[in-house]
Every structure is written in C-alpha cells, then in structure tokens.
Design a protein around this ligand. Structure first.
Ligand SMILES: [Zn+2]
Ligand SMILES: [Zn+2]
Length: 309
C-alpha cells in the first residue's frame, strides 16, 4: 500500500511537471527592422520557438502618409507582408505565426481604411494613439518619442493644460474604438508615459478617473481586447504597466478581455516583464488571458509561469 502511495505521488509530480512545461506565453505586439525594431522577423520567430511559444504575432507600425519616426515605408510594406507570410508557412509545424499591424489613428488621416491598408488581409490589428492633434505648421504631435517633444506639444497645442491634452487623447481613443473597431487596443493610457512621480498630474484625480471609467464603458461596447503592455516596465523602468493598476482593476471588475503583450523591439524582449505582469494581474484577481490560437481568439487560465493551453 505504501509503495502504491509512493508511486501515485511520483506520478502526480510527473504530471504536474508535464503541465508546467505546457504553459508557455504568447506575444502579438512586436516590431522588426521593417519599422523601428532591431532585427529581421526570422530572428523573432526563432526566439519564440526556442522559448516554447505556441503562437507569435508581428505588428509592425503601419505605413502613414507623412514622415514619421517609426512607420514602415511604402516601399517596404509589401516586403513585410510577404516576409511574415513566408515565415508562417515555413514554421507552421513548430509555431502559429500571425500577421498583424499596429495602426495609428488620426481622424481623416490615419487608420485601418487609410493609406495602403484597406485591401490587406490581416490576422488582426492593434489600434494605437501616438499622435494627438497638430502644431500650427500642421506637424502631428507625436507624444511618444521624447520628453522634449511631449513638453513642446503640451505647451504649444494645449497651453500647458495637461487635463485638456489627456481629454483629447482619450477622445481620440473613443473615436478609434467606434470607427476602427481594432481587435486589440495598444497601450491604452500611453498619455501617462512621462508621468513617473506624478510629474504632470495626479492619476487618482477625479476628472481623470471619470475619463477612464468612460473609456472602459466604450471598450465594453466595442468588444475590443485590451493589452497589458510590459514595455514601459522592462525598457524604461516605469512604475506602472500600461494600463496602470487602477484601470486594470476596474477592467477586471467589468469583465473586459485582457491580453499580455511585450511590444518587443528586439528578439530578446519577446516575453520581457511577463512574470512581473502576470503576478500583478493574478493579485488583482484576473483569471484569464486572451490569446489568438488556431485562428480564434480565446480566453485561457494563466499563472506566473505561463498560459495554460
Ligand atoms: Zn505603440
Ligand atoms: Zn508597438
């Protein structure tokens, strides 16, 4: 009897280990040398296969009809599409590859139906706001690239009124949700990018929380998946993930679909910050992460070591 018990416990332990080894991560937000990432797409998929990921998605910055720091050039766009489709075929026995784009939204200027994009068949797309209104000379204010540029836009377009700038950022987010219906919304509260130490505003101010609650209502209506994006945490040492804790907690209460993405710009970053983020999400009560597998979006349980498939 004792031997049988011992055998059973060894068997259970083996099973547990087996289960553990089948708990990989996924990532659908990544940038290669076609836009502002470091390396060729092939290097990312090799890394993903090495780490045991069941699926991997590319989301280069979609082309745009003005000069920008990060978008794919018109000339490279077709090559990007062909390259990812080739990778998809080449590695189909080892990993599921998905072709996506991160698409900027600027009303009347940039979006899924604009500039070269309408006829491209994608597996998914991430809708992101990186530009908020324009300077007097017509240049779009890019809130992402540097603190200097952030300050310049804030002072000249919004008269140094952060509340006005943030309100405009979220209005654009709402309009994007309604008009574009992205599969995923990228770095939902990016407007707080330079707000470490409450440098610009207090994130617990009532006006800001009201905007966030309104945003959650609109996300709920749209059915869009919200990514928890780890890049600010692992790359820039930010205190918070995108979105911040308060927003994530409210989204969990409202049953908003949530996924984990690294926004990797190099193969070594494809699952950076995941352990930290998963721990945070678990502690906040999140039970499922959304993944794109077998061409379907599905919710899967997870823990600090991975997603249970
Ligand atoms: Zn982005
Ligand atoms: Zn990105």
């Amino acid at each position: 009897m004792a031997i049988l018990k011992k055998f059973n416990s060894i068997f259970a332990e083996l099973n547990r280990k087996k289960e553990y080894s089948f708990m990989p991560w996924t990532n659908y937000h990544s940038h290669t040398y076609y836009c502002d990432g470091a390396e060729a797409p092939e290097n990312y998929i090799k890394c993903a296969i090495d780490k045991g990921l069941p699926a991997y998605g590319y989301s280069s910055h979609a082309p745009i009809n003005f000069e920008s720091d990060w978008c794919i050039s018109d000339e490279d766009f077709t090559r990007y599409i062909t390259d990812i489709r080739t990778i998809k075929e080449k590695h189909k026995g080892e990993i599921q590859t998905y072709l996506g784009l991160e698409v900027d939204f600027i009303p009347g200027v940039a979006g899924r139906k604009k500039h070269l994009l309408e006829d491209i068949e994608l597996d998914y797309f991430i809708g992101s706001i990186h530009f908020v209104d324009q300077f007097a000379d017509g240049t779009h204010w890019n809130i992402d690239t540097s603190k200097e540029l952030f300050n310049k836009g804030l002072s000249t377009i919004f008269n140094s009124d952060f509340k006005k700038a943030a309100t405009r950022f979220y209005e654009l987010t709402w309009q994007m949700l309604e008009e574009e219906k992205p599969d995923i919304i990228g770095h939902l509260d990016k407007i707080k990018m330079y707000n470490n130490g409450a440098a610009y505003f207090n994130e617990s101010d009532r006006w800001y929380k009201d905007i966030l609650l309104n945003t959650i209502r609109k996300i709920k209506q749209s059915g869009t998946i919200v990514e928890v994006n780890t890049r600010g945490y692992y790359r820039y040492g930010q205190e918070d993930l995108y979105p911040g804790d308060w927003l994530i907690e409210k989204m969990i209460q409202q049953d908003i679909p949530i996924m984990l993405n690294s926004d990797s710009h190099a193969p070594g970053e494809i699952i950076s910050g995941y352990k930290y983020a998963a721990n945070e999400l678990k502690n906040m009560g999140l039970k499922y992460l959304w993944v794109l597998l077998d061409d379907n979006w599905q919710a899967k349980p997870f823990d600090m070591d991975g997603i249970r498939l």
